[in-house]
Design a protein around this ligand. Structure first.
Ligand code: YSA
Length: 335
């Protein structure tokens, strides 16, 4: 049996133990002087070459200490009321459910932006092509569409236009939260400032900073005489309040998104000295303003889209974005 397997088994055996005798049996099985599984593993170290000794010695010692501690915990306060016979012990605390760290982060972000006088807006996850792309200045043949690998929905039925040409709306899982900007501008007059956190989807390979199902935080502020300086202030203030007590170094890199001009990307410096991109932003493009019937000479604005996983990774020191949606309780319980 390998060590990982032993650790897994022993944890569940301790968890299920219903009496002091059962716990003692577990202790003997793993830590017993004669033939305890961990004891044997420790003995085998003696025959290892020095390099392996150095590597495995501490690992097995730690496993031994962990098992001892887990048994002690169970004996003392642990789920001691499971132990049949002692009805004088206090009742066992019922474990309550808890929020996923992404939901927690989203709530935190809402609270901060509400404090900065932003309203929180919701938008659909199943979106029309028009809102996800066209109205954002990304027509069907625009190469920028390749920036967003899309889950398309199979077209179903069609509605007939007056001239009898079939008009089909195309639907997709939104690749970013930016369509909320258009939906909001179509139905509201400026000035305003909004954020919209939510789920987004991309058909792309995953790695430690990319998931197919992730979350973004959209922001949009439209008013008179708004400039990138306003964006810079808001984003720095947001980071100050979000990363409480942790000073983060931010870099604004010039970049391209069809719905802004100029466009920037925002990076944060990690503890290991590398930069992690956390979002895109810029000044809302005049074509986008015109498309929602705002006069670009009168109204300007900035918009941004941050990756919520990336922000949470930095804040909580999580090494892999895929952990958030993994459903692994060992991970989510830490928050
Ligand atoms: C740009 C300008 C604006 O005026 C408004 C919004 C934007 C952002 C734009 N809509 C967008 O989606 N840009 S992006 O593709 O670079 O993604 C923004 C952020 O989402 C990234 O910086 C990253 O933090 C996060 N992200 C992107 N793909 C991801 C991801 N996070 C996890 N997994 C992925 N696959």
């Amino acid at each position: 049996m390998d060590l990982e397997e032993i650790k897994k088994n022993v944890a569940s055996e301790i968890e299920q133990a219903r009496s002091g005798d059962e716990l003692e049996a577990i202790r003997i099985k793993y830590l017993g002087r004669k033939q305890g599984l961990i004891t044997e593993a420790l003995k085998s170290i003696a025959d290892m070459p020095i390099e392996e000794k150095k590597k495995f010695g501490p690992i097995i010692q730690k496993a031994k200490a962990d098992i001892e501690a887990a048994i002690k915990f169970k004996e003392n306060e642990g789920s001691s009321d499971d132990f049949i016979g002692d009805i004088t012990l206090p009742g066992r605390k019922i474990e309550s459910g808890h929020l996923n760290p992404i939901t927690k982060t989203e709530n935190e972000v809402r609270r901060i932006f509400e404090g900065l006088n932003f309203s929180v807006i919701d938008g659909p996850e199943l979106e029309e092509e028009k809102y996800n792309f066209d109205s954002l200045n990304i027509p069907a043949d625009h190469p920028a569409r390749e920036m967003w690998d899309t889950f398309w929905l199979k077209p179903e039925g069609s509605s007939l236009a007056k001239n009898s040409v079939a008009v089909k709306k195309k639907y997709l899982l939104r690749t970013h939260t930016s369509p909320v900007e258009i939906r909001y501008m179509e139905t509201h007059e400026p000035p305003f400032q909004i954020i919209s956190p939510g789920r987004t989807f991309r058909y792309e390979a995953t790695d430690s900073t990319h998931e197919t199902n992730f979350h973004q935080l959209e922001g949009l502020m439209i008013g008179r005489d708004i400039s990138l300086a306003n964006f810079k202030f808001i984003v720095e203030e947001f980071f100050r309040r979000f990363f409480v007590g942790k000073k983060v170094t931010v870099r604004f890199r010039s970049s391209y998104f069809p719905f802004v001009e100029p466009g920037v990307e925002v990076d944060i410096k990690l503890d290991n000295g590398k930069w992690l991109e956390v979002g895109g932003a810029g000044m809302t493009h005049p074509n986008v303003l015109r498309a929602v019937k705002y006069n670009p000479r009168e109204w300007q604005g900035f918009a941004f889209g941050f990756g919520i996983e990336r922000l949470a990774m930095i804040k909580y020191g999580v090494p892999d974005a895929r952990l958030f949606m993994s459903g692994d309780l060992k991970f989510t319980k830490k928050f």
